[in-house]
Design a protein around this ligand. Sequence first.
Ligand code: F6P
Length: 615
Amino acid sequence: MDAVRFDPIRLQPGHLSRPRSHERWRCEYTESTSYPERGSCVLVEETVMASTALICDTEPWKDLKEHINVIEKTHLRDLMNDVDRCQSMMVEFDGIILDYSRQRAHLDTMEKLFKLAEAADLRKKIDSMYNGEHINSTENRSVLHIALRAPRDKVICSDGKNVVPDVWDVLDKIKDFSDRVRSGSWVGATGKALKDVVAIGIGGSFLGPLFVHTALQTDPEAADCANGRQLRFLANVDPVDVARNLKGLNPETTLVVVVSKTFTTAETMLNARTMREWISTTLGAQAVAKHMVAVSTNLTLVEKFGIDPANAFAFWDWVGGRYSVCSAVGVLPLSLQYGFPIVEKFLKGASNIDNHFYSTSFERNLPVLLGLLSVWNVTFLGYPARAILPYAQALEKFAPHIQQVSMESNGKGVSIDGVPLPYEAGEIDFGEPGTNGQHSFYQLIHQGRVIPCDFIGSIKSQQPIYLKGEVVSNHDELMSNFFAQPDALAYGKSPEQLLHENVPDHLIPHKTFSGNRPSLSLLLPSLDAYNVGQLLAIYEHRIAVEGFIWGINSFDQWGVELGKVLATQVRKQLHLSRTEGGPVQGFNFSTTTLLTKYLEVEPGNPSDSNELPRL
Ligand code: F6P
């Protein structure tokens, strides 16, 4: 084994070169001897017996590469005329309709993609996931979020142990606790019922629960159950997020849920200490036991923090942060807000898709079809982004959640065996609910870049409005756009059509729409807790399918580490300069200059007494 030491703040381009296929590199953080106040990264090169087999070396891959030429000669305008093709590209499962006829694909393309799935051992990889094998090989862990929503009698094993009873022990504990809080039998330190919940967490310990909460807020059944209660999320370490979340809250009636898989995430822990201070300043230190609970895999650190282990809700290392919304991470705050029965419906929806994904042939399997089409768009057709466009305000936070699930999972540059990928993997996800997005970035997707779009709609509105005298209901108005936009993208508008409409010559280039822009439509029956669970699981599994085809590890996230290490160096410098007035040292010119300016304008030490937001 050979080790190369480098200063992370003075990285030279040469240090970042990709490993050769027989090498693996590991970044280790160690204390620095030259700068005792700072550490350094050691890039350790290990020679390993990595498999160099890549999916791009298989025949189905090469076949698809050649097939691009065929597809490039087609236009969606013509493909959409083939009714048999369109019929074959419409799949229905449990009331959910997927229409992928507006993808730049023939039936032949699909056959070739199924062959690619075979070459990538997709079936075997799905089975390995469901069998609890350690498919997250760099962290040596199983990937079993499916167990979080499995029925009580299901057997799902990790390391030879059925994990489903443990899952249900925690679910039962959540049900009991949330029932007590909601009924007022668990009260705060001054005897008042706890009506408001602040869930502290970031990334996977925040985005999924926020998405589900936002989706349920206007579901009539869920909304009824949440009457008089508030659920807020504190994620950002920016003190402004604390100020905004505390506004209007009374510590006497507030329960804080600290959510962190590791219980070490800097942002979450500082926010947790801030909230602990907020409670104990007003109610006394003993109140913390009544007003703070935790969700974590690290129960030792929970106890060290001062939260009673009896009020800690466990999950397990076989649940990835971004796949944890169905664990206590999401189930506890959501049950406190909506009651356990609503959350159980959500879990049942996700479980329904888990079964569908596991047992349905690839030709009719929603996550598999979606995953294969994403690979086709990203890697073969060269469209790196995907727009997630729910025509449902309730799904406002769906795209931000999927951004993490997708980009943290598949934003990788090497295969699962550590071999640099000679093709692009991962995709750039972004989105906004329709119709808001139409008035924001749709110009670009109609006439600028080609961005494959996911249109998501629901047949029934959560909150229908009908106005006498209006042509259509408000939901129909919304859905008119859901149905129109995919055709506008696919068909476009030709110069001939514009001429026919007497458009002046000089405007024709500006008013021409090239069309041939791919999209798919997902139509859900409604947006109740069950459907929301289904939608979540469809995307989780779709993203896994993409990773399985690309041959990467979709379940680790080493890419988030380096920035955290560098922030540690800066934090130490800020502390030193603020407490001892020491000069900024050991950083490059740019960082030194900015840090010096920052310290000049905001001088002084952290105050001896606590300062909390004044809003
Ligand atoms: O952003 C990196 C990450 O590790 C995510 O994967 C995770 O969801 C998030 O931080 C929060 O981590 P934790 O739940 O351990 O606080």
